[in-house]
Design a protein around this ligand. Structure first.
Ligand code: FAD
Length: 286
């Protein structure tokens, strides 16, 4: 969705935070609550929408460091990064929840089978484990004025989908939520509360099955219906790209679409970063 909902609040440097609590949302999805004085001024909303669902950048310590060496924002707003060999490992995540009363921020981590710095940090997290958080920001995840909702995602997108679904409760429309999982019983996915009128379909990671599900659900739809549909696509790269391209061919509008590949099979973030940005640029979703 190319209409930005990015941060209006004053720009802050990355915040050094400490883990304070953990919740198991599913056998493969762990919520970590973070706290710290650096959360002072964390925005509850961005341009009128709740902050939950927004993008954040996590900054992780390198092997041998107890804490990540965070970049510093100077008075002129310029960011000064530490030397490359000690600068933090960066990963993009979602604000799962913000509790202004307790001053805590929740991030939900997929504990995926392949080793990765972010999933491993969450797997081994203890009270006091340190992490940097930059943001929040990012484009709007759905178009509130749309006639229909269509959402696709997997466990990595669950915090973002959950935030969208919560906001959709107040103005329900006909919609479809497609949830993807590598597990036959979808055991990695947390429970999600659907707004009235929203149908749910569960899928594996198979592009042909995904397109067939879209076709089956929307075979009556004309181009006008697609033009009035808010489309939210997130998860594994090939799935997001296949759904995006099929939907654009039906008449879906780029301006009503958030299509962000969150991860790519067999690629870590360093290997995949540039490709993700190229895919997002195709929609003007940066
Ligand atoms: C805007 C945005 C928001 C995101 N929000 C979240 C979020 O809230 N929670 C969340 O868990 N993820 C989220 N992601 C995805 C997350 O950034 C990636 O999964 C990231 O690769 C995880 O980093 P890592 O260090 O654990 O693994 P990496 O070092 O990047 O990758 C190591 C290996 O793990 C595999 N892998 C990575 N992610 C997954 C996965 N989800 N399932 C299966 N295998 C995987 C890779 O293919 C690679 O082989 C988001 C991504 C974006 C772009």
């Amino acid at each position: 969705m190319n209409q930005s909902n990015s941060a209006a609040p004053p720009r802050s440097g990355p915040r050094l935070l400490a883990a304070c609590a953990v919740e198991e949302l599913s056998p493969h999805l762990r919520r970590v609550w973070l706290q710290g004085e650096a959360l002072a001024g964390f925005p509850a909303s961005l341009e009128g929408a709740p902050v939950a669902g927004s993008h954040i950048k996590l900054m992780l310590a390198r092997p041998g460091q107890r804490a990540p060496q965070l970049p510093v924002l100077d008075a002129a707003g310029e960011v000064h990064w530490p030397p490359r060999d000690v600068s933090p490992i960066k990963r993009t995540y979602t604000v799962a929840a913000w509790d202004p009363v307790q001053g805590r921020l929740a991030v939900d981590f997929v504990l995926h089978a392949a080793s990765g710095p972010a999933a491993d940090w969450a797997r081994n997290v203890q009270a006091g484990s340190l992490i940097g958080v930059a943001g929040p920001g990012g484009p709007r995840r759905f178009a509130p004025q749309a006639r229909h909702w269509l959402l696709l995602g997997d466990a990595s997108a669950a915090p973002m989908l959950s935030a969208c679904l919560q906001q959709m409760q107040s103005s329900p429309r006909p919609g479809l939520l497609l949830l993807q999982s590598a597990h036959a019983n979808g055991e990695d996915l947390p429970p999600l509360t659907l707004p009235p009128g929203m149908q749910l379909a569960r899928l594996g990671y198979d592009c042909a099955a995904l397109i067939a599900a879209l076709q089956a659900h929307c075979q009556e739809w004309q181009a006008e219906d697609w033009r009035a549909c808010s489309i939210t696509l997130a998860g594994e790269s090939s799935q997001v790209v296949a759904a995006r391209d099929w939907l654009l061919a039906q008449g879906a509008q780029r301006a009503m679409m958030y299509a962000v590949p969150y991860w790519k099979q067999a690629h870590d973030e360093e290997a995949y970063h540039a490709e993700r940005h190229r895919i997002m640029d195709e929609l003007g979703a940066e």
